[in-house]
Design a protein around this ligand. Structure first.
Ligand code: HEM
Length: 409
């Protein structure tokens, strides 16, 4: 096989528990931008470390398939793989474009901007609740409440069901961390969420049939259920997968942006002070948070043919992982890349991917990030660490599971 590096064990969830090995990544990236990584009980994979090569893999959907082997480096059993292939993330063209094109309009910036008052009122409610406690565990007590509530609102789910959806989303996010997963059955949480969505869709369609003249609710569910994909409406089972996908894709990523964001700002108090003085700098700070503390380490593709990339001879069928964690600190693209700088511009980070699968929720995520930090900084004059932050044990999710802080009005 190709060159490997004993200092990097990117498939091992324990390798990230004490922090991301950015120095080793920088050394390896300089000589071996596409690096072979072994896995214990299955074939290894190519880790793509440079910005330019990540862009190539993401853009060449003909050579690097999202569908063949799915989007994580661990191989899946055929049933799970089939389920995953129902998500946009793991579709290849032309199917991918058929499903994505009708949705793209709904997720555009101007449509998401209309959600700002809702996002702000959810943020204020979370801040008010946090203010009642002397000390909060920021990940669970504050940030985790936002993304599922926003998706609930976007999809038109009754507010009384948001809490249950939130619990199910939390169970799914537990992933490789036994401390978070406990006895939770991850697939049971996904199935329960999909069943909820299937019933929700059936109820929506039945109501529309009973009252054909009534105006349907103006939400994403109405749009998706009325839409034709390749000439046919989406059936309720596909709607279930679509729903689970939106909740999962937007949940722990957005939550991580908020909690890691606060953590890096606390580590850089002078930059936090700048933002307090000049809140108009928050959107640029959110981009830098995403670059510096990207919520996802990588997504995977599978080579459809033999090819060469960054000096590596990739064989048809090989797994290829695009490491945003490394690309975001590529010195060929970013000045002083290990430095956190809330005024960095330009900032072509790859935390939302690039190319055909570029994050559909990007405008929503940016809106959540901006409004959340505006409300947090306006709401609390004092924010201090109140204990050691603890990282999630995962080779995919780059985030915190605990961030104890003290908030004062
Ligand atoms: C900070 C928050 C977020 C981050 C870092 C993030 C990251 C990503 C990345 C890296 C991809 C590309 C995957 C690939 O190339 O294989 C992606 C795709 C996607 N994201 Fe996000 N995401 C975030 C928030 C959201 C939100 C809030 C939603 C929806 C409500 C969302 C929905 C999606 C969907 C549906 C896709 C698949 C698009 C496609 O395959 O065409 N994401 N996201």
């Amino acid at each position: 096989m190709g060159q490997s590096s004993p200092a990097l064990r990117l498939a091992d969830p324990d390798a990230f528990v004490d922090g991301v090995p950015h120095e080793v990544l920088a050394e390896v990236r300089a000589t071996t931008p596409v690096l072979w990584q072994e896995m214990d009980d299955q074939p290894g994979f190519w880790a793509v470390l440079s910005h330019a090569d990540v862009v190539t893999v993401a853009r060449r959907t003909d050579v690097f398939s999202a569908s063949l082997g799915g989007i994580v480096v661990e191989d899946m059993d055929p049933e799970t793989l089939e389920m995953v292939r129902g998500m946009l993330l793991a579709m290849d063209p032309p199917r991918h474009s058929i499903y994505r094109a009708p949705l793209a309009d709904t997720f555009r910036a101007s449509v998401m901007a209309a959600l700002e008052p809702t996002v702000r009122s959810i943020c204020r409610e979370l801040m008010d609740r946090a203010a009642e406690q002397v000390e909060v565990e920021f990940v669970h007590d504050v940030t985790s409440g936002l993304p599922t509530r926003v998706i609930g609102q976007l999809m038109g789910v009754p507010e009384s069901d948001w809490e249950r959806l939130h619990e199910l989303a939390q169970q799914q996010a537990a992933g490789q961390d036994p401390d978070l997963a406990g006895d939770t059955d991850l697939s049971a949480a996904s199935i329960e969420m999909a069943m909820y969505a299937i019933e929700f869709a059936a109820e929506r369609r039945a109501t529309a049939e009973r009252n054909p003249d009534a105006e349907p609710p103006a939400d994403l569910s109405t749009l998706v259920l009325a839409q034709e994909f390749n000439g046919v409406p989406m059936n309720e089972i596909d709607f279930g997968s679509f729903f689970v996908q939106l909740v999962t894709a937007g949940n722990d990523t957005s939550r991580t942006m908020l909690s890691s964001g606060l953590h890096v700002l606390l580590e850089h108090p002078e930059q936090l002070a700048t933002l307090r003085e000049e809140p108009s700098g928050i959107p640029s700070a959110v981009e830098e948070i995403l670059r510096y503390a990207n919520p996802l380490h990588y997504f995977r593709r599978t080579a459809t043919c033999d090819t060469e990339l960054g000096g590596a001879e990739i064989r048809s069928g090989d797994k290829v992982a695009m490491y945003y964690t490394s690309a975001n600190r590529d010195e060929e693209v970013f000045d002083d890349p290990q430095r956190f700088d809330v005024t960095r511009s330009p900032n072509p980070h790859l935390s939302f991917g690039i190319g055909a699968h570029f994050c559909l929720g990007v405008h929503l995520a940016r809106l959540e990030g901006r409004v959340f930090f505006e409300e947090l900084l306006a709401g609390f004059g004092g924010i201090e660490l109140a204990g050691e932050p603890v990282r999630i044990r995962s080779n995919l999710n780059n985030g915190l599971k605990r961030l104890p802080v003290q908030l004062t009005r």
